[in-house]
Design a protein around this ligand. Structure first.
Ligand SMILES: *Cc1c(COP(=O)(O)O)cnc(C)c1O
Length: 348
């Protein structure tokens, strides 16, 4: 059976060109600073993302956590959006690794009102923790791949900077945001002090993310990566795929967005499924099945039997993620199968 895997863009397989580059990569011991392919990736990444320096890390989670460890001192407070990945999906790493306390602010599509951020930043008081970091997320995963504009990021970062609080951007899918807005990614990263982005999602590399910031920040971050066990040896094999991800795979993200739009429009036409295609500007869709009378988990299990894989994100919602390994034809198959299943469910 043909599998159409819409669970995440992390499922993308490396391209033939990546595998060839990996096989041919020049390598050395990166803990000794001797891997030329890692150096090349970090140099290209810093330039593209508009920061002084970058650090290759095995995963986005490690990149975010290393950033937090580098910005924070023990017992400080971190301000995050209430549905953010760093709060929701990073295994309590802020508490575990940075000894930080989290303070969440509900956002709209990842945007927190600057006024709410201003109120959350602690003043001087014997009883208060110090506010040590503001975290932003673009695109916003749980909101459905929604996009923050440079003006929105600038407004949130400004409030923090005015009070001496640094800003980290979880930009796992920052190139999807830049693509949707039709702007240079540096417009989105200029207002923040550090940014993490993933090579292993829509960009198709098998492994890896980058953390970027000032030279001084990255020097400290390198030490924090080491303590987490992220000091890698002949990792140029991985970096070789990452270089192709950055140089060849960014421009095609618009295709993923187009296919997500097609799928959203098809799903919107299926009776009793609820989705607003305009609400999802990138490659992530969230569709409500609340009117179907069965749970998202049961419904998704019905089309999983036809090889169509998705992730339920709540009892009434299913997430679909498009990526380079799902074709337009497979999008049409997906909506046809789901349409048939909805008809069958209506007869239960
Ligand atoms: C995927 C993701 C991460 C973490 O990446 P991993 O490589 O899976 O650890 C961080 N933030 C966001 C918003 C993500 O979507």
């Amino acid at each position: 059976m043909e599998v159409i895997d819409l669970r995440s863009d992390t499922v993308t397989k490396p391209t033939a060109e990546m595998r060839k580059a990996m096989a041919e990569a020049e390598v050395g011991d990166d803990v000794y600073g001797e891997d030329p392919t890692i150096h090349k990736l970090e140099t290209i990444a810093a330039q593209i993302i508009g920061k002084e320096a970058a650090l290759f890390v095995p995963s986005g989670t490690m990149g975010n956590q290393v950033a937090a460890m580098t910005h924070l001192s023990r017992g400080e407070e971190v301000i995050l959006e209430a549905e953010s990945h760093m709060f929701y999906y990073e295994v309590g790493g802020l508490a575990l690794l940075s000894a930080a306390q989290t303070r969440t602010i509900p956002g709209k599509k990842g945007f927190m009102e600057p006024e709410a951020i201003a109120q959350a930043i602690r003043g001087e008081d014997l009883h208060f923790p110090r506010t040590g970091l503001l975290c932003l997320e673009n695109t916003h995963n749980r909101a459905g791949g929604t996009v923050l504009t440079p003006a929105q990021i600038g407004a949130m970062a400004q409030i923090a900077h005015d009070r001496g609080v640094p800003v980290h951007l979880d930009g796992a899918r920052i190139f999807n945001a830049a693509t949707a807005l039709g702007i240079d990614v540096r417009e989105l990263t200029a207002p923040v002090d550090s940014v993490m982005f993933c090579l292993s999602k829509g960009l198709g590399a098998p492994v890896g993310s980058l953390l970027a910031g000032t030279k001084e920040f990255i020097t400290k971050a390198r030490k924090n990566r080491k303590v987490l066990g992220g000091g890698l040896r002949q990792a140029g094999i991985l970096a070789a795929a990452g270089i192709i991800a950055l140089e060849k795979m960014v421009d095609r993200l618009a295709e993923d967005h187009y296919r997500a739009r097609l799928l959203a429009e098809d799903l919107a036409n299926i009776p009793r499924l609820m989705i607003d295609p305009k609400a999802f500007p990138t490659n992530i869709l969230i569709c409500s099945v609340a009117k179907l009378g069965i749970s998202a988990e049961r419904f998704s299990a019905l089309f999983a039997q036809h090889g169509i894989l998705t992730n339920p994100t709540s009892p009434t919602e299913i997430r679909f993620v498009t990526h380079k390994d799902v074709s337009e034809a497979q999008i049409r198959i997906t909506s046809n199968v789901i349409n048939q299943i909805v008809k069958a469910v209506n007869h239960f």
